[in-house]
Design a binder for this molecule. Structure first.
Ligand code: UD1
Length: 393
């Protein structure tokens, strides 16, 4: 096997699942690392996100291959969406018969595929790996928290993005042998795409000056599905816009809710635009004075870039971005005043130098450690209890 894994280890067949926008930047470096190791990666797109802006644009920017299987489940209630993914994924798994099923993040597709694989793994002799394991918000009202906890319970191998995930898993009784620290695969994509993102000169195209504008994103049900909450957040953002332009790429769910609740006018002071592609988003975030968001991924990307971030949520499952990075939580419950104050503090804090406030393992090589961990724990291989990140793999 050329360029593949040495030491006589056989190549693995790995079924990699992606479903929604925040998954695509996580699977791209994993597919590349598996390819370099000589393994066969089979990509499944569940179709949870299907709009060109939410899906295709990401495939193009990230250089993702055409999925081998597209399940086309689309939007529906949580139960229906999860059930559709399960029904469609089962025959794929039976047909591919991989050594590994790799699921990433915390979306409905993540849990659905882990659940299907958990019932077939003994029959097929495959294992389940969860990338981004061990994150906890402690907030059971979030569908993502349910997805995270249950996926971790089902997975054979839990690959963590930061050290603070380990006590969370230990507290749930998960054996340390199943847990390996690999670092943050999303930062692999960020660092790989940053030069191309900067060349796009997105701030100039949007008519804003680097370092003198804010970026905002909103899509959490807790912020956008309740008229009072959405209106409070939008009025906070509108007041920040009195100080500097606020670029606001609007999630489809948020656009629909704002229209339904008749609060669309509150967006008038904002530079509201359609969702951006991956590189464009990185480009616009990289030039921002501050990012205001309820997204999980952006909390991490801002920390890696050194850009101050205000998280518009009660809790974060990524506390390492607050303790070691550039993130802070806006005062809870969210009010326009609280958002304006938190934004002011974040802007005053200023940008951190690259790598100055960046957690361990957010170094552009996490996916290589994922591929190494999969090989070390492959079905038939003896379990190895060690830490691939500190061993410099
Ligand atoms: C999902 C994930 C969330 C992730 C977010 C990023 C779960 C439980 N939640 O939330 O963790 O941070 O994606 O975007 O899996 N829609 C479109 N076009 C699309 C996709 C969705 O118009 O391509 C609309 C749907 O019609 C629906 C809404 O957006 O009304 C929500 O989509 P959905 O996939 O249910 O979940 P998100 O709220 O986006």
């Amino acid at each position: 096997m050329t360029g593949g894994r040495g030491g006589g280890l056989r190549a693995m067949k790995v079924l990699v699942v992606a479903g929604a926008r925040p998954n695509f930047m996580k699977v791209a470096p994993i597919l590349a690392a598996l390819g370099r190791a000589g393994d066969e990666a089979v990509l499944v797109h569940t179709g949870q996100h299907y709009d060109a802006a939410m899906s295709d644009a990401f495939f193009a920017d990230l250089g993702l291959p055409e999925p081998a299987f597209h399940l086309e489940v689309g939007s529906a209630s949580h139960a229906v969406q999860t059930a559709r993914v399960m029904e469609a994924f089962e025959p794929v798994l039976l047909r591919v018969r991989p050594h590994w099923v790799v699921v990433v993040g915390d979306v409905n597709s993540t849990l659905a595929c882990a659940l299907v694989a958990s019932k077939l793994r003994h029959e097929l002799g495959c294992r389940i790996a969860h990338v981004e394991a061990g994150l906890r918000s402690g907030d059971w009202r979030m569908p993502e928290e349910v997805n995270r906890v249950l996926t971790d319970r089902l997975a054979d191998l839990l690959l963590t993005p930061s050290r603070d995930a380990h006590p969370n898993l230990a507290a749930e009784g998960i054996e340390a042998e199943r847990v390996v620290f690999v670092g943050n695969v999303m930062i692999d994509s960020l660092l790989a795409q940053l030069p191309a993102a900067r060349e796009l000169r997105v701030p100039a195209r949007l008519g804003v000056e680097p370092g003198r504008y804010a970026v905002a994103t909103l899509h959490r049900p807790s912020n956008v599905d309740d008229p009072a909450a959405l209106s409070a957040v939008l009025s906070g953002l509108a007041r920040v816009a009195g100080r500097m332009p606020v670029v606001f790429p609007v999630h489809p769910r948020t656009r629909r809710r704002a229209a339904e609740f008749g609060v669309g006018d509150a967006m008038a002071p904002l530079t509201a635009i359609d969702p951006l592609g991956y590189r464009e988003m990185i480009g616009v975030v990289d030039g921002a004075a501050v990012v205001l968001t309820d997204s999980g991924g952006l909390q991490e990307e801002t920390t890696a870039l050194g850009v101050p971030c205000v998280t518009l949520r009660e809790t974060t499952e990524r506390p390492v971005t607050v303790a070691e990075g550039t993130n802070r939580l806006a005062p809870w419950p969210l009010t326009a005043d609280g958002i304006v104050r938190a934004a002011g503090k974040a802007i005053a804090q200023g940008r951190a130098a690259p790598g100055e406030r960046c957690p361990e393992g957010w170094d552009g090589h996490a996916a290589e450690r994922v591929a190494a961990a999969l090989a070390a724990h492959a079905p038939g291989a003896a379990p190895i209890v060690h830490n691939l990140a500190t061993e410099g793999v």
